[in-house]
Design a protein around this ligand. Sequence first.
Ligand code: 13P
Length: 249
Amino acid sequence: MKKLIIGNFKMNTTPSEFKSYAMTFVTKVKSSKNDIVLCVPYTHLSVAKELFDKSNVDFGAQNISEEEKGALTGEISASMIKDLGATYTIIGHSERRTKFKESDKSINKKIKTALANGLKVLLCVGENLQTRTNKQACQFVKKQLDDDLKGIYENELESVIISYEPIWAVGTGKIATNGDIKKMAETIRKEIAYLYSEKASQKATILYGGSVNINNYKKILQLENVNGALIGGACLDVDNFSVIAREKF
Ligand code: 13P
């Protein structure tokens, strides 16, 4: 069954470095049956548009402003990235939540703005180590979903992909156990059923992210309820990431 494989470049590479990456990447993954997305810095979007147009690779940004336009120096709006051909944006990445103090209220507003502009949303949720140690991870993620999805209609949910990214596993080389990933994916699906319907829950796309790499991706992607992966560090190596993106699951 095909999977959704997403690379998050974070703040890495220059546009010229990305151009040579993208040229190699499209060739390497052209026969892949998976859905492939690269989320790149804003400065790379026009390169992505040029090189991924007419390819099987979609692309997106890593954040948007919660506002449509206005006096917000340094901000980038949903319509700006949409105009550059982006089809996705990450919203609520743990680095934005922790380092830039983004609240669930702001994340909720960003999701609404993205959807209103025809973008698909990669909503990231996940607990920190203390919450996991206190055995409150499931409860914490359920609350994030409740707050982040407030006022989002069931028919819009098709455009919202949920990525479980435990904060302690992001960029650390530590990975959640298969049991923990399975349990959280199941918890997310149950919460979608509670908030919307069983149908919406079955249709939901749920990803795992956090230290996924060439050595561990197969095990993670075969877990029940996991529809794909959001990959940070390991997507920067074009050869390894192409192998993951081409895999037959
Ligand atoms: P790493 O794969 O580097 O742990 O990052 C995961 C991530 O944050 C993807 O958005």
